[in-house]
Design a protein around this ligand. Structure first.
Ligand code: DGL
Length: 268
């Protein structure tokens, strides 16, 4: 079995871990949440790149066979450098603007992501590959990540902030909304409360995990004993609350795996 590192600025990447545990339950996972430093989305490119590289290096010292950068912001700012420095497969996450453009009926697509992702060269290069007839309404979700980190994804406060962020997307007539930050799938309930079923939500966790599966098969990690692997949750802030949030946010039953949690000390 493989040991897979999954890294995010906080609890957002749990949306990817959830899908990974559903599709690939036989592997062992280390989930690393840098919650002491969340949100990344409002930090500088250099800071995000250096911190993401240091944390991925740390995951390789733990013996990971592959790493999923379960963070759109870190992928946008750091994946090229991380791939250049580490020799294991590195899988990233990008806002699903391509599938959104294909699924939209009226060609008007909202993109909710962090400010850093929307400003990044990587995101803008991806945008430039898409047909001109699709219009993208880009909106930075400032303030949403701290609310989700605080366990308030379904709160009134979150609904209020979300409705402000979604206003320009709705006013433009978008029929499709890209959840361009791994924290945002945890806002589905609030988004549905505000928008009903009128808008198609795009999140790329399934595609990311299928890509992880292909990479593991290429490494010859196909064998499935039928057993479920272990999950180690590491937080730079508070490992007990990460464990509690994982149990709350994940749709799979974490208790079917052997689970442990640990505090992330200094990483250089
Ligand atoms: N979950 C992250 C993303 O996908 C980062 C959010 C943040 O820390 O700002 O972009």
């Amino acid at each position: 079995m493989a040991l897979i590192g999954v890294f995010d600025s906080g609890v957002g990447g749990l949306s990817i871990l959830d899908e990974a545990l559903r599709q690939l339950p036989q592997h062992d996972y280390i989930y690393l949440a840098d919650s002491a430093n969340a949100p990344y989305g409002e930090k500088s490119s250099n800071w995000i790149a250096a911190r993401s590289l240091a944390l991925c290096k740390h995951l390789t010292t733990q013996g990971c066979d592959a790493i999923v950068i379960a963070c759109n912001t870190a992928t946008a700012e750091a994946i090229a450098q991380i791939r250049a420095e580490l020799s294991i497969p590195i899988i990233g996450v990008e806002p699903g603007i391509k599938p959104a453009a294909m699924q939209s009926q009226n060609g008007i697509v909202g993109v909710l992501a962090t400010e850093a992702t929307l400003k990044s060269d990587k995101f803008n290069a991806l945008l430039a590959t898409l047909p001109d007839q699709c219009r993208f309404i880009k909106q930075a979700g400032a303030g949403l990540v701290p609310l989700i980190e605080a366990g308030k994804a379904d709160s009134e406060e979150t609904l209020d902030l979300l409705s402000k962020h979604l206003e320009p997307i709705l006013d433009a007539g978008s029929d499709t909304l890209v959840l361009g930050c791994t924290h945002y799938p945890f806002l589905r309930k609030s988004i549905r409360k505000l928008l009903g079923d009128t808008i198609t939500l795009i999140d790329t966790s399934d595609a990311v995990v299928r890509q992880l599966k292909r990479q593991l098969e290429a490494l010859d990690h196909r064998f499935d004993s039928g057993e479920r692997g272990s999950v180690l949750l590491i937080s730079s802030k508070d490992e007990a609350s990460l464990l509690a949030m994982a149990k709350d946010l994940l749709s799979i039953d974490l208790n079917l795996h052997s689970i442990d949690c640990a505090f992330l000390g200094e990483v250089s």
